[in-house]
Design a protein around this ligand. Structure first.
Ligand SMILES: [Zn+2]
Ligand SMILES: [Zn+2]
Length: 225
């Protein structure tokens, strides 16, 4: 099984782009729910295995970037991606003796336990997929953005889950320079909004390691799993 990247015709590109951004936001919210409190803004990174030739031809490649060598791949993987990726690999190998990692760029199969060394490339989700990050000077979210925030967060207060008296909150308050980028917005009920006040939020770095586990079946049509 192999996932072939979908390349749209130009006339479809616009719709495709919208779909892709929607997918990114859906995944962003899912990860934020799993890792952050309502007082935190999230930076979401996707970690991906890269074969040596793809890594070296990437314009953002840095020569000293984490390298997983064959002879100590478990330790290297642990150091560069954390326990989650190592657990995924171990489980996938247990379930399927033919399991391999694959280069995110060219699809080459990578089996460090059989001598393949590889690199770990980090993608910043929004930058990589062109999801608007900051909107300096724009503080009032337009109506469609508010609707999107409410629907992607399931019309529930991000802190307590209540679904009445919701408003779209600026995680970094407007009084502290917060703008209306999607990443800075969340639904809160009145009580939680009042409790939050004008406090300065924290920032959390979250790393997704899904590319170190098995890819979904061919029937799966999303970008993230
Ligand atoms: Zn490659
Ligand atoms: Zn609440």
């Amino acid at each position: 099984m192999r996932i072939t990247p979908y390349i749209p015709e130009p006339k479809e590109a616009y719709t495709f782009n919208l779909w892709m951004q929607e997918e990114c936001l859906r995944f962003y919210v899912e990860q934020r729910k799993a890792h952050c409190t309502y007082m935190e803004i999230m930076d979401l990174w996707l970690l991906a295995p890269y074969c040596a030739s793809c890594a070296q031809s990437d314009p953002f490649f840095m020569w000293n970037y984490p390298h997983v060598s064959a002879d100590r791949w478990q330790v290297d993987l642990l150091i560069h991606t954390g326990t989650a990726a190592l657990d995924l690999v171990q489980k996938a190998r247990g379930d399927d003796s033919k399991f391999s990692l694959r280069c995110k760029q060219c699809g080459e199969e990578l089996r460090p336990w059989k001598g393949d060394a590889f690199f770990v490339m980090p993608y910043h989700l929004e930058e990589h997929y062109g999801v608007p990050l900051e909107k300096p000077g724009h503080v009032v979210p337009p109506r469609n953005l508010r609707a999107k925030v409410l629907s992607l967060y399931d019309r529930q207060c991000f802190n307590c889950g209540k679904n009445d008296e919701l408003h779209v909150d600026h995680i970094r308050p407007r009084a502290r320079g917060g703008d209306c980028a999607f990443r800075n917005l969340q639904p809160l009920c009145k009580q939680c909004g009042d409790a939050k006040g004008n406090a300065t939020p924290g920032e959390r770095q979250v790393y997704s390691t899904m590319y170190f586990g098995p890819y979904p079946s061919d029937g799966y049509e999303g970008l993230f799993w």
